[in-house]
Design a protein around this ligand. Structure first.
Ligand code: PLP
Length: 431
């Protein structure tokens, strides 16, 4: 049991005086579970060490990028070698083509790709491209899907399932979201109705092919098939946001797993190997509209940064040379079965959702198919579960509405250790 969190507490107090809320991204602040975040000193493989020297088995993996675990030797070496050659040039390097080639070889629908610095930037640019390519304005998104903090995508659904969105952050003018149509995830009829009503105005549909930002929610096959059919029929672009699922569910992402061909794909997280990288790519005829090949403006001083490219290349090469996906599926199944069993033994209503190494334990009694059903979960119970696990050295995402990640550095022993902790923690929160 973690002996002390004094140093984390002090570090957080200091950070709060200097940085809004003490963090540089809100998900880190432990707000949803009540309490203060741990400050991390270092990571190694599947483990994190905080400032007080406590060790935790990590199921966050920097929120997705670290599929190889912390400080993987191949990635560390690549970054070290790159930094000695200089951190940034603002001129092309061969590393950019090398990472582009790895991405194009891996992801079935990508023929050309442009590097940016975050998932946010990638989805923002993909949407601009979809609008520029089609000459239309409307973008369809799904409630509960997150595509970064892009103004036009920071929306929530109105009263009915097929309404134009209202901003859900101060600072986003209503005009920014006036062309964003918000639908329900997995709602095939909603999709059919939206295209019937607005088909000629829709530039593109952006979707997480497995949703990971409302907790993990799987798509139905019919939903993905209808997305492809309807966008194709109406001349709209289908945009897969694979920032989380890319190189995670398989080497070729969700689209390879589900045999789907989107027009554009948004990447981030794993593709940067822990450094800040995003990318968007797809059909060559569409990508050729990006400046300077075409008229759609998009730029970045540090885009294609040599250190970030080196980390991404090393990570993808490792995943290509030693694919962990079969083992991750086995570990995921072992963990899911054990958690399911432990929750049942504790008499807790729950729904465990999983896709490969991504999973969420929802404290709810129904199936979780969309944002509405995800929000039925008992978040107070989740908060107690989170702390009960942390006390036992297991570091989970600090919100019910996030996916947890298993890394290739996790072992069967780590999973079994997690299940022992979970049996105790679930019995505790059931009381
Ligand atoms: C994390 C995430 C983003 C945003 O990426 P950032 O690098 O945080 O800007 C976009 N889409 C999805 C699906 C994500 O999981």
């Amino acid at each position: 049991m973690p002996a002390s969190r004094v140093r984390s507490r002090d570090a957080f107090e200091r950070a709060c005086r200097l940085i809004p809320g003490g963090v540089n991204s809100p998900a880190r602040a432990f707000g949803a579970v009540g309490g203060q975040p741990l400050f991390i000193a270092r990571g190694e493989g599947a483990y994190l060490y905080d400032l007080d020297g406590n060790q935790y088995l990590d199921y966050v993996g920097s929120w997705g990028p670290l599929i190889l675990g912390h400080a993987h030797p191949r990635v560390v070496q690549a970054i070290e070698e790159a930094v000695r050659r200089g951190a940034s040039f603002g001129a092309p390097t061969e590393a950019e083509s090398q990472l582009a080639e790895l991405i194009i070889d891996a992801v079935p629908s990508i023929e050309m790709v442009r590097m940016v610095n975050s998932g946010t930037e990638a989805s923002m640019s993909a949407i601009r491209l979809a609008r520029g390519f089609t000459g239309r304005d409307v973008i369809v998104k799904f409630a509960g899907c997150y595509h970064g903090h892009v103004d036009s995508l920071l929306v929530q659904a109105g009263s009915s399932a097929t309404t134009f969105g209202v901003p859900n952050s101060p600072g986003v003018p209503a005009g920014c979201t006036a062309d964003t149509l918000v639908l329900r995830y997995n709602d095939v009829q909603g999709l059919v109705d939206a295209f019937a009503a607005h088909g000629e105005r829709i530039a593109g549909v952006i979707v997480e092919p497995v949703a990971g930002n409302m907790g993990l929610v799987r798509p139905s096959a019919e939903f993905l098939n209808e997305l492809r059919r309807l966008t194709g029929k109406h001349g709209a672009l289908l945009i897969y946001d694979e920032v989380m699922t890319g190189f995670r569910l398989s080497y070729g992402g969700a689209q390879q797993l589900f045999r789907q061909m989107p027009d554009l794909t948004v990447l981030g997280k794993i593709v940067g190997g822990g450094l800040p990288v995003g990318a968007y790519g797809g059909r060559a005829d569409v990508m050729k509209h990006v400046m300077p090949a075409g008229p759609v403006f998009q730029a970045g001083t540090l885009s294609g940064n040599p250190l970030a490219m080196a980390a991404g290349i090393a990570t993808l090469q490792e995943l290509r040379d030693h694919p962990p996906y079969g083992r991750l599926e086995q570990l995921g199944e072992r963990l899911a079965n054990g958690l399911h069993e432990a929750a049942r033994a504790a008499g807790l209503e729950h729904c465990l959702t999983r896709a490969g190494s991504m999973w969420t334990l929802f404290f709810t009694n129904g199936p979780v198919l969309d944002y509405e059903s995800a929000k039925q979960a008992d978040t107070a119970r989740f908060a107690r579960f989170f702390w009960a696990m942390l006390e036992r050295g297991i570091y989970l995402p600090c919100s019910q509405f996030e996916s947890a990640f298993i890394s290739a550095a996790h072992t069967e022993k780590d999973i079994d250790h997690t299940l022992t902790a979970a049996r105790e923690a679930l019995a505790e929160v059931a009381r």
